[in-house]
Write a protein that binds this ligand. Structure first.
Ligand code: COA
Length: 164
């Protein structure tokens, strides 16, 4: 198993047996969960990378977080990222993002795009910390889609990180 050790986590590419726990974690993190087969099908695309985080002390243990990224020509998009609620605030989300960015730079990808619910303060702070800038917004985009606890429609921010 080859992976990158970041803080107390190891970040590596997901394998097929991980898709069940990734789908479970996605379902606990967003109102509309993605199925195991959705993750499996996405992983089959050679322009998609699905990273998982595990504990360094337990590298064969449970998936603690994932980050799924799709490349298209010279840009890439974060399709989804989540960390197990019990493991949040320990640097795993940042490690998953930094590993993705490292790999995209190695692939000479020029920019990384994502969409985030404008009320999702923790995610926005993470992206700002990594150097993302808000380049647009889509009012009313998230109607109980962007967050488990979103009661009202909210605005999606489009954020971009220039990689070169
Ligand atoms: C967003 C998410 C992935 C962050 O993962 P995490 O492992 O908890 O984040 P980290 O511990 O790596 O934190 C990295 C940075 O993010 C920001 N951050 C993370 N959680 C935060 C919180 N609760 N409040 C404020 N800032 C926060 C901080 O800038 C933090 O850096 P710092 O520790 O130096 O202050 C996680 O909260 C999550 O899974 N949320 C639910 C799913 C989701 O909203 N995904 C994003 C969809 S666009």
């Amino acid at each position: 198993m080859f992976g990158t050790i970041r803080k107390k986590s190891v970040i590596l590419e997901a394998s097929s047996p991980d898709h069940t726990s990734i789908a479970d974690l996605h379902g606990r993190s967003f109102p509309r969960g993605w199925s195991k087969s959705e993750f499996a099908n996405l992983s089959l695309q050679n322009n998609v990378t699905l990273l998982v985080a595990r504990s360094v002390g337990n590298p064969d243990g449970p998936v603690l977080g994932f980050n799924i990224v799709r490349q298209a020509e010279d840009e890439a998009e974060i399709l989804s990222i989540a960390v197990d609620p019990k493991a949040r605030g320990r640097g795993l989300g940042e490690s998953l993002m930094r590993e993705a960015i490292l790999r995209l730079r190695a692939d000479r990808i020029e920019k990384l795009i994502l969409e985030v619910d404008g009320s999702n303060e923790s995610a926005i702070k993470l992206y700002n910390k990594l150097g993302f800038q808000t380049v647009g917004n889509r009012p009313g985009y998230y109607r109980n889609e962007g967050r488990v606890d979103a009661a009202e429609p909210s605005t999606a921010l489009v954020m971009r990180l220039d990689l070169v």
